[in-house]
Write a protein that binds this ligand. Structure first.
Ligand SMILES: [Zn+2]
Length: 315
């Protein structure tokens, strides 16, 4: 009797673990517009002075992210979460966390976004470039997704990174990518979030992917969440693949490393302007994008989906 009770308990426990506690309904409860709003508005507040290292605002934003990670069980990947670098004579740092315990024998995925923006500029009137869409929005996504993923355990290592100095030429991402390469991290793929605060012209709860045709990532994500990932011709024409932090990881590792974004040049007039404020963003839709991304990544991790890089395929 006792034995069978124990067996029953084990059965119930293991079925709880195996049964997806991350179905889409659960995610709607766990990733809420309310919390998305709190994070976005904090990162894009005037107090953060446009999140540039020169203004000091970046460091304040970084403290906020670090506290969030501590609170939600995302451990430091480097001491004090810091991967330090010097840009324009100022020491700055990427914030790097991990989910679960890092095992060097396992494959790793990396989820990232740049936290920095262009700071305070010497202009009349409102001179704080809040960078709500660029890229408090992507940073919010990475924070929410990592909090959610930290509720479960995964076979792959998951590194979470918020990059410094993207606006100064992807400096933070290049620094981290090269460091991870030197440390022989076995990176399988990287997903980057950029400007997801507005509704893609083709429809709600959609993003486009840079380097869409270079890898099987879009196809695999759409297999989980149909029509979520779109192809944007302008992304290819303007070679956006090389214009955000994903590129640093493609370059260092030659792996699928791509950006998800919903800024399609038609749906936001405040790119790199002081008017890039949180009030202008479509919060509900942004939260849906975050939830769908979290769900999709969880499924890819659960199924151990491998993402293929197509050699010589155009972008
Ligand atoms: Zn950006």
């Amino acid at each position: 009797m006792k034995k069978s009770l124990v067996a029953l308990k084990v059965f119930i426990l293991s079925s709880c673990v195996n049964q997806s506690s991350y179905d889409q309904g659960a995610i709607r409860d766990q990733i809420t517009t309310k919390e998305t709003k709190v994070i976005l508005y904090t990162l894009a507040n005037d107090d953060m002075k446009g999140r540039d290292s020169n203004s000091g605002g970046y460091f304040k934003a970084a403290s906020y992210v670090t506290e969030y990670f501590k609170k939600h069980n995302i451990a430091p990947f480097y001491e004090a979460y810091r991967d330090s670098l010097v840009t324009d004579s100022i020491v700055s740092f990427n914030i790097v966390g991990q989910i679960g315990k890092y095992n060097p024998k396992r494959k790793t995925i990396l989820i990232g976004a740049h936290l920095d923006h262009v700071g305070i500029q010497n202009i009349e009137g409102d001179n704080v470039f809040n960078g709500a869409n660029d890229n408090a929005a992507g940073s919010t996504a990475v924070m929410q997704i990592s909090r959610f993923l930290a509720l479960h355990s995964w076979e792959k290592n998951i590194i979470i990174a918020l990059f410094a100095d993207e606006e100064k030429g992807l400096k933070g991402a290049h620094h981290l990518a090269n460091r991870l390469k030197d440390e022989n991290v076995d990176l399988a793929y990287m997903i980057n979030f950029e400007m997801i605060g507005t509704v893609l012209t083709s429809g709600e709860n959609q993003v486009y992917m840079t380097g869409y045709k270079m890898t099987s990532m879009a196809e695999e994500m759409n297999r989980v969440s149909p029509n979520f990932v779109q192809f944007l011709p302008e992304a290819k024409e303007l070679n956006l693949f090389r214009r955000s932090d994903n590129y640093a990881f493609f370059k260092a590792f030659n792996i699928p490393a791509q950006t998800l974004s919903s800024f399609d040049f038609k749906n936001f007039d405040f790119y790199h302007k002081p008017g890039d404020e949180p009030e202008r963003l479509a919060l509900e839709n942004m939260n849906k994008i975050i939830g769908t991304s979290a769900y999709t990544l969880a499924r890819l991790l659960e199924k151990n989906t491998s993402i293929k890089l197509f050699p010589n395929e155009d972008k």
